[in-house]
Design a protein around this ligand. Structure first.
Ligand code: CP
Length: 313
C-alpha cells in the first residue's frame, strides 16, 4: 500500500487534518496552479456521483494535471467480468493517482493492497467517505471559526450514511457533543457508538428532530436515506421521509447554526430552507474543490510550500 493513500479518515492524524485544512484554505485563495503538469489521475467511479467526481476532476484540471477514467463502470471491462484487482493493476500502469468510488465497503482498502500507486477512497459502500469529511471539516471550520467543543446533530440515515461515519471518527480530536437523530431502522451502527464510548465523545440518541435538539445545535448535519443500500425496498418506503427540515423549524436556532448536507438531497430539506442564511450545503459542496485539491497534492507528495517556492522563482 502506498503510504500516501487515503482509505479511511482514521489514516489521518490531527496534525494531518489541520495541515490539509490549511492547504484547503490556500487553494481557496489561490485555486489555479500548474503544479500537476505531466501528472495523470484516474477517476474510477463504480457508483454514481455528481459532486465528488466533478470536484476531484476540477481540482486536477485547476492544478494542470490530466484526468482519465470512467463515471459508469458499465463502460469499463468490469462489465465483462474483469476483477477489481485486475482493473486496479491495469490502471496503475497509466496513472500517478487513482481516485475510486465503489459500492462495496472495503473496496478502497483492497485496491490499495494490490497497487503501489496512491489511492484516494471517494466512498466505499456504507463504510467511509474521507474526502467528504475533509470538506465537511473545512466547512465547519469556516462557519464556526473552530472545530472543537461543538454540538453536532446528525440526522437521517445514520446506518448507511458513510459521510456521518467518517465525520464522527474525524471529530475524535475535537471534543464534540453528538446527537444522533434517526428512526430505529437507521440508527448509528454499534461500532460507531462504541467509538464514542471508547473515546469519551458524549452522545444522545433521539428519534425526533425536536425544537430542543435543533435549538441546542451548532452543526445540523442532514443526510439522505440511501435507497441503494436497502435489501428490502418496503423498509425504504417506510422510513424514507422520516425527517424533513423546513424553514420554520430553524426559527429558534442558534445564530451560528449551519445546516450541512453532503448532498444529493431528496425530501429531508425543504427548498424553503435554501435561502436561509443558515443553509450552508451548496457552499459546503463548493468547499469540496479546495479540500480535494489539498488531498490530491498530499497523495502525490506535493506541499503548498513547494508551490510557494516554485512561484517565488
Ligand atoms: N456528497 C457526495 O458524495 O455527492 P456525490 O454522490 O454527488 O458525489
Amino acid at each position: 500500500m502506498n503510504p500516501n493513500s487515503l482509505v479511511s479518515i482514521d489514516d489521518l492524524s490531527e496534525e494531518d487534518i489541520l495541515a490539509i485544512l490549511e492547504d484547503a484554505r490556500f487553494f481557496e485563495e489561490n485555486p489555479n496552479h500548474k503544479i500537476l503538469d505531466g501528472k495523470v489521475v484516474a477517476t474510477l467511479f463504480f457508483e454514481p456521483s455528481t459532486r465528488t467526481r466533478l470536484s476531484f476532476e476540477t481540482a486536477v484540471n485547476r492544478l494542470g494535471g490530466r484526468v482519465i477514467g470512467f463515471s459508469d463502470a458499465n463502460t469499463s471491462s468490469s462489465s465483462k467480468g474483469e476483477s477489481l484487482k485486475d482493473t486496479i493493476k491495469m490502471v496503475s500502469n497509466y496513472v500517478d493517482l487513482i481516485i475510486m468510488r465503489h459500492f462495496q465497503a472495503g473496496a478502497a482498502e483492497y485496491a490499495c493492497s494490490v497497487t503501489d500507486t496512491p489511492v484516494i477512497n471517494a466512498g466505499d459502500g456504507s463504510n467511509q467517505h474521507p474526502s467528504q469529511t475533509m470538506l465537511d471539516l473545512y466547512s465547519i471550520l469556516k462557519t464556526q471559526g473552530r472545530l472543537d467543543n461543538l454540538d453536532i446533530t446528525m440526522v437521517g440515515d445514520l446506518k448507511y450514511g458513510r459521510t456521518v461515519h467518517s465525520l464522527l471518527e474525524a471529530m475524535r480530536f475535537f471534543k464534540p457533543r453528538f446527537r444522533f437523530v434517526s428512526c430505529p431502522e437507521l440508527a448509528m451502527p454499534q461500532e460507531y457508538i462504541d467509538i464514542c464510548e471508547k473515546l469519551g465523545m458524549p452522545y444522545e440518541i433521539h428519534t425526533e428532530l425536536s425544537p430542543e435538539v435543533i435549538n441546542s445545535t451548532d452543526i445540523l448535519y442532514m443526510t439522505r436515506v440511501q435507497r441503494e443500500r436497502f435489501e428490502d425496498l418496503a423498509v425504504y418506503e417506510r422510513v424514507k421521509d422520516c425527517y424533513s427540515l423546513n424553514n420554520a423549524m430553524l426559527e429558534g436556532s442558534r445564530d451560528n447554526l449551519r445546516v450541512l448536507h453532503p448532498l444529493p438531497r431528496l425530501n429531508e430539506i425543504a427548498e424553503d430552507v435554501d435561502d436561509n442564511p443558515k443553509a450552508y450545503y451548496f457552499d459546503q459542496a463548493r468547499n469540496g474543490l479546495f479540500a480535494r485539491q489539498a488531498l490530491i497534492c498530499r497523495a502525490l507528495g506535493i506541499s503548498t510550500d513547494d508551490i510557494r517556492a516554485a512561484e517565488s522563482k
